[in-house]
Design a protein around this ligand. Sequence first.
Ligand code: SF4
Length: 207
Amino acid sequence: MNPSISPSTGNIGLHVCCAPCLSGTLETLRAGEGIPAPGELFFFNPNIHPLIEFRRRVKALRIYLERNRLESEIDDEYGLESWLAAMVADGGLPRNRRDRCRRCYLLRLSRAAERFKARGREAFTTTLLASREQSRELILDAGREVADRFDLEFLTADFSRARPAESELKGIYRQQYCGCVFSEAERYRHTGKHLYPPPGARANGAG
Ligand code: SF4
C-alpha cells in the first residue's frame, strides 16, 4: 500500500535531491495540516555531473541547511562511476530518456530506502516530488517498487503545491539542468552558447 502523507504517518525518512526542492517540500509540509516533519534527511545523488556542478549543489544544500538550522546526512562522494555503472547494468545504455530516468530514480531511492530501513524508519519519500521538471509518474513507480523491496511505505504528496518565499533561497545556487551529462546536453543543445564563430556570424560568412 502506498498511502498519501497523513497525520497518522510518522517516523519518515526524506530523500533530498537539492536545496530548492527541499525548500519546496518543507514549505508544503508546513502548509499541510497535521503532516509530520520528516525524522531524517538524506542527500544521495550520484547523477549530478560534472564534479563542479555536484559541489555547487552540495554547497547550496549546506548553506540552506545552515540558514534554517536543519540537519541532513549528505553523501558528498562524487558518484559519476557508480551512476554510469547503474545506467549500463542491463547490458547497455538506456534506450531513451524515460528508461534512463527510471534507472536513475531507482538507484537513488534504493540507496535512500536502504539507509532509512537500517535506521528503523517505517516510511520514506523524496523531494524529487517537488520538481515540476521531473517525471512524477516515474518517481511514483520507482518509489513504490523500492518500498516493496525494503518493506517500507512510500509516501506521496505534491510537494510543489506550496512555493517557498523568494527570501528562502536568496543567494543560493539554482541548477539549470536536471543533473546527468545527458540532461546537460539536452538543456543546452539548441543554444548558441560558446559556439565560435557565433551562429549568426557563421551564416553571414557562409557565402
Ligand atoms: S535527466 Fe535527471 S532523473 Fe533523468 S537520468 Fe538524468 S539526472 Fe537522472
